[in-house]
Structure formats: C-alpha cells, structure tokens
Design a protein around this ligand. Structure first.
Ligand SMILES: C[S@@+](CC[C@H](N)C(=O)[O-])C[C@H]1O[C@@H](n2cnc3c(N)ncnc32)[C@H](O)[C@@H]1O
Length: 271
C-alpha cells in the first residue's frame, strides 16, 4: 500500500548535518518526517516522487511510471548478493584502496551515490564514511542504512562501519572526517561522468538517477580537498574513456572492463 507521496519541487541543500541512525530509532519513518528532515517540498509539476511503501523509501520518475523505483537495499539487493558471491579482496576496487590481509583502511567515500561501492568496501572490513550532497540521494541512503542497521545478519558490523554525512565534499570533506573522529587513510571518488553510449543503452535506472543528480560538472574540484584529507591515497573511479580528474595524472591505474581506478598515492599502506 502506498502510504503517501512527496512530490519534489525545487531542492535547496541546507547546511551539512551529521546523519546517524538515531532519527529513525524514535519512530517508524513517515514521508512527512523525511520531507522535513531533507527540506523537500510538494510541487504539482515536479519531475520526481518519493514513495514510502513496505518500509522502503524509493524514488520514482513521474514520466516513467512503469520503471521500478530507486531505493537503497544493503540487506537483499544486488550489493548483498555481491557481498556473498563477489570476488572479496581480489576485486579491483579493493586493490585500488589498498585493502589486503591485515590492512583495512578507513575510507571517506566523497561521492556516495546509492552507496554500492561504499558497501563493498565496508563488507570487506573497511570503516566507510559516505558523503553525499544531494538531499534526495542522502534520504534514500539513510533509509537503506536504517534497514541495514536493524538487520540481524549485517546490522552489527554495518553500525560499526558505515555512516553518512550530508554535504559537499568540495567544501565539507574535513568536517565529515572530524565527525567520524578518526584519521582517514583513503578518499574514494566516483563523480558522475557523461555516458558515451546512446542513452537507450544506458540502464534505465541509471538514467533516472542521472536526471536527478545532474552531471557533477564541478567534479574537478574534488581532487584537491581529497588529497589534503587522505593520509595514504585517493582513488578515483572513471569510465575508461574519461580524462584524468582535474587533469592530474594518477600514480597508478587499475583497469576493469569498462572503468578504471586512478590511484593517487601519498604514502604506503602499512599493516
Ligand atoms: C556516480 S554517483 C556515485 C555512485 C556510487 N559510487 C555507488 O557505488 O553507488 C555520484 C554521486 O556523487 C554525488 N556527488 C557529486 N559531487 C559531490 C560532492 N561534491 N559532494 C558530495 N557528493 C557529490 C552525486 O550527487 C551522486 O549521488
């Protein structure tokens, strides 16, 4: 049953705030509380809707009503499957952040999105502070975290390892790290990059997500604060055809089928 609908109009990003599970511990979330928390408003001509149904918050593009809503599901979604059956520490992303036997770096994911990469790293043992600037994406992430924190299988380590900070990594990266109260080994970045393929080939869910958050045209501004914060390295995920972030050549590159991880090394990872 659909409990209600928020139609998102103009979005104004309020000052940064630290997000914990406390908010949702008090009561079952309602759309009204989500709207108030994230500064979302109703508007008749909005492009998107947020729906809270069966204990899951999801995003719908109003002119694509047949598409499945976008939500964050760490408990039983595709990332949960990857946690159980993926390549463990052998995955390129794990190698890129320097994860190895006896080394589980503390990571700030400065462009959290739907939290998939962050979850892969957390499930391999890293403490991950996710930073997301878009209030709707942050609301979806917080809802996914809430359900994960409550889960009997993954709740304990999710509570210990994954957290969320709402703000822009261009100017609040250090605040996110201070809030976490720990030294940051690695900053991980995966800003949006325009797809080269014809739009029909890009996954529909991805297109909806892209039309919500836009093109991250200011992404070059992420590298400098990331290099300042990370004590060991900065990792940037890029499509294989993309130029280097901010035109800066990485120390090393780990290539995958369609993407690459550009690694900017500052210091060696020590166990
Ligand atoms: C391609 S998505 C990241 C996907 C993510 N790696 C995943 O695994 O789900 C990029 C995200 O970064 C966010 N973003 C871009 N620039 C940002 C910034 N300066 N500060 C915080 N978030 C940012 C966008 O809003 C978007 O949600």
């Amino acid at each position: 049953m659909v409990m209600g609908v928020i139609i998102i109009g103009s979005i104004f990003i309020k000052q940064s705030l630290i997000v914990t599970s406390i908010f949702f511990n008090q009561q079952y979330p309602t759309l009204e509380s989500v709207a108030e928390r994230w500064g979302l408003t109703y508007s008749k001509d909005a492009e998107f809707e947020l729906v809270f149904e069966n204990n899951i918050l999801s995003l719908i593009k109003r002119d694509e009503p047949k598409l499945k809503g976008i939500s964050v599901d760490f408990v039983s979604g595709a990332v949960a499957h990857r946690r159980k059956f993926g390549g463990g520490r052998g995955q390129s992303i794990a190698k890129a952040v320097g994860l190895k036997q006896g080394v589980t770096p503390t990571v700030v994911d400065g462009t959290a999105g739907l939290g998939r990469d962050a979850f892969v790293l957390a499930s391999l043992g890293c403490k991950v502070i996710m930073v997301e600037r878009h209030p709707v994406v942050a609301a979806l992430l917080e809802d996914g975290l809430r359900r994960a924190y409550e889960d009997s299988e993954i709740g304990e380590w999710m509570n210990a390892r994954m957290s969320l900070f709402h703000g822009s990594s261009i100017d609040t990266l250090a605040d996110a790290a201070n809030a976490a109260g720990t030294e940051i080994d690695v900053v991980y970045l995966d800003p949006m990059y325009p797809h080269r393929e014809k739009s029909a080939l890009v996954k529909k869910e991805m297109r909806v997500f892209q039309s919500l958050v836009g093109a991250d045209l200011d992404a070059d501004g992420l590298l400098k604060p990331a290099m300042e914060l990370a004590s060991k390295r900065v990792v940037v995920k890029r499509p294989d055809y993309a130029e280097d972030l901010d035109g800066v050549k990485p120390s090393t590159v780990i290539a995958t089928k369609k993407n690459r991880f550009d690694v900017y090394v500052k210091a060696a990872m020590i166990s």
